[in-house]
Design a protein around this ligand. Structure first.
Ligand code: SF4
Ligand code: SF4
Length: 351
């Protein structure tokens, strides 16, 4: 973006941001006005109910989320960026394998998007524009900004959904000091009377439409939660060893994507890596931690660390009930992490 002129007219700047963002791999770019703190009411309700579980970073970043201008006092526009990541799920290999949420099949989106945002930000700063940007862990409520920018609406499953198109999107928000022509926000509810996502959830993690108790969500339990997975929830995890896609898979707005996959807007970096859509449970349960880390370099699958993945694999092995998992579970009993051992014990008792 170093080709931006000093003090460019705002329309030119908007167009250049769109062009440069597209060249960097962002499939969606929208502009929202700043002011207020979109989504903070629901966010506070979520925290007050304790639905964030062990995600204490959500609590500690609350003040900044409630006052986005504290991040960049000169902010006039929120640039909302999206990357489509959906790819067709590779065929089920069967046997002792666990299912992985589709966002984790390819490269780690945090790293990729951060690199691209940094480049975008660098070009803007060279031209005198002040910038604050973030991906996921930065204190901005991306989905609320996405709704304000009209990129999509927030469905009952709490995801940003582009009506009739997709909810499989990575989001990022960049605050900039230039006032750009804003895109109209999404005001309509496109869920109507549908409740499929609420009804499909195996753990009853939705306490109501757009109200998720993360502590019951398989995605939280298998990725963010440290320590023991509550006993009543383990059988409900089924075959999910990392994340869960059920409440997106049933959403009618994703149906076209599932039935006649058009991946023209999905980024190549998120194509499934071999073996990453279905993880080999015996390998997870028996491999050395260092070998697991090495095999998963550059993948979001590293987030729960080897002990977390082994814990999850033990639960799935217990749920599959296949005695072929016994030797691998016996090895996991010897693991130095007490939770790996206790979940392997639980699984062995179920076989
Ligand atoms: S990701 Fe799975 S467990 Fe979590 S709310 Fe959706 S359906 Fe329920
Ligand atoms: S499954 Fe139905 S209720 Fe849930 S987000 Fe999609 S349209 Fe809305």
């Amino acid at each position: 973006m170093g080709n931006l002129n000093a003090n460019p007219p705002t329309n030119n700047l908007a167009e250049r941001i769109r062009t440069e963002a597209a060249a960097l791999g962002f499939s969606r770019v929208r502009f929202a006005r700043t002011g207020g703190a979109p989504g903070i009411g629901r966010y506070d309700d979520f925290l007050a109910a304790g639905h964030h579980g062990q995600m204490t970073w959500m609590q500690s970043g609350r003040e900044a989320r409630a006052a986005p201008l504290s991040l960049l006092p000169t902010a006039k526009t929120a640039v909302v960026l999206g990357v489509d990541y959906a790819w067709p799920r590779p065929p089920d290999p069967g046997g002792l394998t666990g299912k992985v949420s589709c966002y984790a099949w390819g490269r780690d989106y945090h790293n990729l998007m951060s690199k691209r945002l940094r480049r975008l930000a660098r070009g803007l700063r060279e031209d005198g524009v002040e910038v604050y940007w973030g991906v996921d862990s930065r204190p901005l409520i991306e989905r609320a900004w996405a709704a304000r920018s009209g990129m999509g609406f927030v469905g009952k499953n709490c995801m940003v959904i582009i009506p009739g198109t997709s909810s499989y999107l990575f989001l990022a928000v960049m605050l900039i000091s230039e006032a750009l022509p804003e895109d109209p926000p999404t005001l309509r509810d496109h869920c109507g009377t549908c409740r499929r996502c609420l009804e499909v959830c195996p753990t009853d993690a939705f306490v109501g439409p757009m109200q998720l108790d993360a502590r019951r969500c398989i995605a939280y339990l298998t990725i963010e939660h440290r320590g023991a997975i509550p006993l009543p929830l383990r059988p409900l995890m089924g075959r999910w060893v990392f994340g869960c896609d059920l409440c997106q898979e049933v959403c009618p707005h994703n149906h076209r994507l599932h039935s006649s996959p058009d991946r023209s807007s999905s980024h190549d970096d998120f194509q499934p890596r071999t073996g990453h859509a279905w993880l080999d449970l015996q390998w997870l349960l028996t491999a050395e931690d260092d070998d697991i880390n090495a095999a998963l370099i550059g993948s979001p699958l590293r987030r729960p660390k080897p002990a977390g993945l082994k814990r999850n694999a033990a639960v799935v092995a217990g749920n599959l009930g296949d005695v072929a998992a016994r030797p691998a579970l016996l090895k996991a009993l010897q693991h130095s992490d007490e939770h790996v051992a206790s979940h392997a014990r639980w699984a062995l008792d179920r076989l």
